[in-house]
Design a protein around this ligand. Structure first.
Ligand SMILES: [Zn+2]
Ligand SMILES: [Zn+2]
Length: 291
């Protein structure tokens, strides 16, 4: 096996294990969860952007296609909306969760478990609460108008992770925030879930030629997420998992064509989505051709 192959196969598992296990260790050792998540996210960002230059999946996808300015504008709106919406929803729901827990006489969240086990359980729960909203965004025509903004680019690179209309960010953010807040998961668990979202989300769209092997059954990243961006709808309406693929396996929506390295064309066939961020904001509210 050539050195390049070893790197391609090991980049993703080694990075995920190092960042996430390192974060679990640091939080267990008493470091502030938000600081650990912040450092982990910045490290992941620098690593992914560097690897896109060193080991690109498609060299031409590293070149702007008149989309960079628009994609950069989505970055602060994505984080800003999530920073507002998620704590608001959590604050509302957490009271209901405490009342439910009191009424039942048991804690809803297994806080006595080791942090790593709590984190894995949280991933399983949150993924379920993102699998369905994402699937509805594809299957319900009105919701698709919002999600089309994420799917219209013809290239995939790290900035696609946050390219989402504010309507979609609110919709998914509200539903995502409910389960863990209701169950009463700790700030440590929430910080780890946030870090996993950032790290795996960056690898999901990254223009890096990394290989997954048997992990194509576990993670919704790289090759597996490129199928989700295929211009062929029969391929794209699969692999809905935001970080993992377990719910796609359960609900029969996992897709991979082992005879091809990925979809030949990305984006949406004959779409009329404008290029600028400002004009994209009103797209979902305009009468569509097929209405
Ligand atoms: Zn999608
Ligand atoms: Zn995507």
């Amino acid at each position: 096996m050539k050195a390049l192959d070893v790197i391609s196969w090991s980049i993703f598992p080694v990075t995920v294990a190092a960042v996430l296990l390192g974060a679990v260790w640091a939080i267990d050792a008493g470091h502030a969860p938000s600081l650990v998540a912040g450092i982990g996210t910045l490290t992941s960002l620098v690593l992914v952007v560097t690897l896109e230059r060193l080991l690109p999946y498609r060299k031409e996808w590293n070149q702007g296609q008149g989309d960079l300015r628009t994609d950069l504008l989505y970055l602060p709106s994505y984080f800003g909306i999530n920073a507002l919406v998620q704590p608001l929803v959590a604050a509302g729901v957490v009271v209901g969760g405490a009342m439910l827990s009191n009424a039942l006489g048991i804690g809803l969240w297994p806080s006595e478990w080791p942090l790593l086990a709590q984190f894995l359980l949280a991933c399983l729960v949150v993924e379920f609460f993102d699998y369905w909203p994402h699937r509805w965004l594809h299957e319900v025509p009105f919701l698709w108008r919002f999600h089309a903004i994420h799917h219209n680019p013809k290239r995939l690179y790290w900035l696609n992770a946050t390219r989402a209309h504010f309507g979609e960010v609110v919709f998914r953010g509200v539903i995502n925030a409910v389960p863990l807040a209701l169950a009463g998961a700790s700030a440590e668990v929430l910080a780890l879930v946030g870090l996993a979202n950032s790290l795996i989300g960056l690898f999901q769209h990254a223009n890096i030629n990394f290989k997954l092997g048997p992990l194509t059954w576990v993670f919704s990243v790289g090759e597996m997420h490129r199928w989700h961006h295929s211009q062929d709808v029969s391929e794209a309406n699969h692999n809905y998992g935001s970080n993992f693929l377990f719910w796609d396996v359960v609900f029969g929506t996992r897709f991979r064509d082992a005879t091809r390295s990925g979809p030949e064309r990305l984006g949406i066939k004959n779409d009329s989505i404008p290029a600028s961020w400002w004009s994209q904001l009103s797209v979902p509210f305009k009468t569509q051709k097929n209405d």
